[in-house]
Design a protein around this ligand. Structure first.
Ligand code: ATP
Length: 439
């Protein structure tokens, strides 16, 4: 755990937002219509980065384990789910209006002062439910009400029996899901940190009740380490246990994994001990017993649940912020994203030194060979120096340059993003050399 004091760095935030727009990571949504507040579209590089974040999560949570299986549940769901889960009654934020400038604010974020006009003349707080409500089908009556899920978790609870019976998993086992969630946030802010439409990566880990403290600690540790293994520096990440009065309605213990954002510490992920709250609530409301029968002990019980719940879009932003650096190469300032190769939009760029057909032919052969294994960019425009800078700026770990010597010696120049070191590698060995450097 780290005790670094938050040093706000608004300049870094501006630089990263600017880079994200300029290079096609993140665009403001509906921009040609003036934008739609706090919604974003992920461009050609953003979709790769975001997908890599989600894939890295899936790999560590599902692929490399034998006790966690996946799910992709519906986004639309009936009110009964959210009545049982408690969201209809309690998934609210305290909304106040500034009587001077009419700004709508979240009372728990403002210390009694309107941040827009400085007035203390605010309305009393009222509970504002964050769920997006819509209607399924052509008739907009009460019977057609549906909600966009505000978290992916409930899909794992309502499918507990389906998954347990079809996979024959025994507690402790988990169900993992990655997907969109929607919250009608009162004050979306800070780029993609808090938006109304976002992506989550959540896992519900079902355990025998007595084992829940052990697994709570285990998952805090696992998740804290995951961010660091993907390049987030130890000084920029910390674990913060919630005070008892901060806990959600379903939780007996929660620890947030926080990142040092440019404005201070902010949550990346919450690890919660949800006890048997959700399975019991859905059992009672649906009439279907969501329990586990342990044949060894001849006992029937409701598992307790440990939930690591992360934001994919928020994590992507943290990875971008933490990777952004400016250093000096050849007497010039360069911008470099030191992204882990697993997250970088492109792992390799293939750069023919000139547009001469004979060079293009070899370059395209190298491109095809590498595309089988990696996401590869192909760039033939402008000077090689400029092309290196462009790749550095979007975090491409390796550049492969094909020059006229390549036609003679069947070798290429392999350049490393972080050291800018260049080595000559035979084309026949290129794949092996790059693969080795990535491990
Ligand atoms: P916060 O306190 O920041 O509103 P929360 O504690 O309500 O978040 P959870 O319900 O624990 O969030 O959701 C799990 C994760 O989902 C969060 O840690 C965050 O990464 C992500 N998340 C939640 N709300 C948003 C949002 N509006 N925009 C982007 N990501 C979000």
């Amino acid at each position: 755990m780290s005790d670094v004091e938050a040093t706000p760095n608004p300049e870094l935030l501006d630089k990263v937002i600017n880079l994200a727009k300029r290079r096609g990571f993140v665009f403001p949504s509906a921009e040609i219509y003036g934008g739609f507040r706090s919604t974003y579209d992920y461009g050609p590089l953003g979709v790769l980065l975001l997908r890599n974040v989600k894939n890295a999560w899936w790999r560590s949570m599902v692929q490399l384990r034998d006790d966690v299986v996946g799910l992709d549940a519906a986004i639309l769901s009936p009110p009964a789910v959210w009545a049982a889960s408690g969201h209809l009654a309690t998934f609210t934020d305290p909304l106040v209006d500034c009587k001077q400038c009419n700004e709508r604010l979240r009372e728990d974020q403002i210390d009694g002062i309107c941040p827009k006009c400085g007035s203390r003349d605010l309305t009393p707080a009222r509970a504002f439910n964050l769920m997006f409500k819509t209607h399924a089908g052509p008739i907009e009556d009460d019977g057609a009400v549906a909600y966009l899920r505000p978290e992916t978790a409930q899909g794992m609870f309502t499918n507990f029996l389906n998954v347990q019976v079809t996979t024959r998993k025994k507690p402790p086992f988990g169900i993992a899901q990655v997907g969109k969630s929607f919250r009608n946030e009162i004050t979306p802010q800070n780029f993609v940190f808090r938006t109304r439409e976002f992506e989550q990566m959540e896992m519900e880990y079902f355990v025998p009740p007595a084992e829940s403290p052990k697994w709570f600690d285990y998952w805090i540790d696992e998740r804290y380490n995951w961010y660091q293994a993907l390049g987030i520096d130890k000084s920029k990440i910390r674990i913060r246990h919630h005070d008892p009065d901060e806990l959600s309605h379903y939780s007996t213990g929660t620890a947030d994994i926080e990142f040092l954002f440019p404005w201070g510490w902010g949550e990346l992920e919450g690890v919660a001990n949800r006890t048997d709250f959700d399975l019991k609530a859905h059992s009672a409301a649906s009439g279907t017993k969501l329990e586990y029968f342990d044949q060894a002990s001849n006992e029937r019980y409701t598992p307790h649940v440990i939930e690591p719940a992360a934001g994919a879009t928020r994590a992507m932003m943290a990875f971008l912020l933490s990777a952004y650096e400016e250093d000096e190469v050849g007497g010039e300032v360069r911008t470099v994203l030191r992204l882990h190769w697993r997250l970088a939009p492109y792992q390799v760029a293939v750069l023919p030194l000139s547009k001469k057909p004979e060079l293009e032919a070899v370059s395209r052969e190298v491109l095809t060979m590498l595309q089988n294994h990696f996401m590869v960019d192909y760039d033939v425009t402008q000077s090689i120096g400029k092309r290196y800078r462009r790749q550095d700026e979007v975090g491409t770990p390796f550049c492969v340059t094909i020059d006229f010597d390549s036609l003679e010696d069947n070798a290429v120049t392999l350049r490393d993003r972080d050291t800018t070191e260049q080595v000559r590698v035979p084309i026949a060995e290129l794949l092996g050399v790059i693969t080795n450097r990535m491990n």
